[in-house]
Design a protein. Structure first.
Length: 394
């Protein structure tokens, strides 16, 4: 059986997780033919990990090892690449891979600013024969899939309000000190919105659609010695007049993860891992117009929706990527969708920087110019990069 020849660019925190999944046999249709990392300690680690897997029966040949991702792409040893490097470099390596005829799986976020990501999408569109995936592993979660399906079906009507309180992304100062690129405008391009919340921003728009207006307030280095945002509160409005809120931080512990979607015919409530549906009979608009009770309300029936499928996370995304290339299967998330959550993130930043409401689509040139001003004054860190176990951090 033919296997997908995959190269991994970046074997730091998350790249090493993907590498380990393949070597541990969790992605049977994939073999790693090359890895690239600028740090010798990570290249050495990769070969040690390969030796351990080989001793346990992993049958593929040892991957070629490169310092630069561009050299891996140009080597011709891979038919696909997985990009797991700091955010600014995601579009660069994706574009290079497309130009070399290689399929692309990109870690989140798609990039730092939408103009950059549009260039990546434009290059992908020049190569329709190539598969372009985005590592939105939270879309494999049966809870969010069920929420998506219920809203898309229209079975509880139009959205009236959305609210996501996602404050369980706690990070310590040591986390931010663990890399010279972390939490800087020049190295990362943002804070909690760019690093931790791309998953929630993607799910928010995937389930509820893109807002047409946002008004955000942020605090930069409120809870940590960093220059980017670690505390965000955002209000939004949708095309149908519905409103929403999105609140996040890396300073709360234990924090909360509660996602509510209020519709004409009921409310979905996701409390971290559980899902409940509160149906209204009759729907609120009908009840409000017809009731003769001063303090009445519609009958409420509580349901626990049946969740289907496994929560396969990163492994599921990679296996679907391989299946799409080898057998024409379906991706968990097309890479072109990566710009949608980033549009919300960029609009939030722009709203805070301008201290006013911002409409989508927004002025992407203005956003980029303001970002460049922050990059120009970004402080330079000399921290030694420290890698940690990412289990449970996504």
């Amino acid at each position: 059986m033919r296997k997908l020849k995959l190269g991994i660019i970046g074997v730091g925190n998350i790249g090493s997780k993907h590498y380990g999944h393949v070597l541990d046999g969790k992605c049977p249709d994939i073999e790693i033919t090359a890895i690239a990392d600028r740090r010798k300690v990570r290249r050495d680690w990769a070969m040690e990990k390969y030796a351990e897997a080989k001793a346990k029966g992993y049958s593929a040949e040892a991957p070629a090892v490169f310092t630069e991702g561009d050299d891996l792409v140009a080597s011709g040893l891979c038919e696909a690449v997985l990009i797991a490097v700091p955010h600014y470099d995601h579009p660069h390596f994706a574009i290079e891979a497309f130009r070399h005829g290689q399929h692309v799986m990109c870690e989140k976020p798609a990039g730092v600013y939408t103009l950059q990501v549009r260039e990546m999408i434009a290059e992908a569109d020049k190569h329709p024969e190539l598969v372009f995936g985005m590592m939105f592993n939270q879309r494999t979660n049966p809870v969010y899939r069920k929420m998506h399906d219920i809203i898309a079906s229209g079975e509880i009507g139009q959205i009236r309000r959305t609210s996501w309180l996602i404050t369980d992304w706690y990070r310590s100062q040591y986390y931010y000190d663990s890399g010279d690129w972390r939490a800087t405008w020049s190295g990362e391009g943002g804070g909690v919105l760019l690093n931790q919340c791309p998953h929630q921003l993607d799910l928010w728009q995937w389930i509820c659609g893109l807002p047409v207006k946002v008004h955000a307030k942020m605090k930069y280095g409120k809870w940590h010695n960093i220059e980017v945002e670690d505390d965000v509160s955002c209000w939004c409005e949708y095309e149908n007049g519905a409103t929403g809120t999105f609140i996040t931080t890396t300073g709360d512990c234990p924090g909360t993860n509660r996602f509510e979607i209020v519709c004409d015919g009921g409310t979905l409530v996701c409390d971290k891992t559980s899902l409940k549906l509160y149906r209204l009979n009759p729907w609120e608009p009908e009840y409000s117009k017809t009731t003769k009770k001063v303090f009445g309300k519609p009958e409420v029936t509580e349901e626990i929706p049946v969740l289907e499928g496994e929560n396969s996370q990163h492994v599921g995304v990679l296996n679907a990527f391989a299946d799409a290339i080898l057998n024409g299967g379906k991706l968990v998330a097309d890479g072109r969708e990566g710009i949608r959550g980033l549009m919300i993130s960029n609009a939030m930043h722009l709203s805070d920087w301008l201290n006013k409401e911002v409409e989508l689509p927004f002025d992407e040139e203005l956003y980029y110019n303001l970002l460049k001003e922050k990059i120009a004054t970004s402080r330079k860190k000399t921290a030694e990069t420290v890698d940690g176990d990412t289990e449970g951090s996504y």
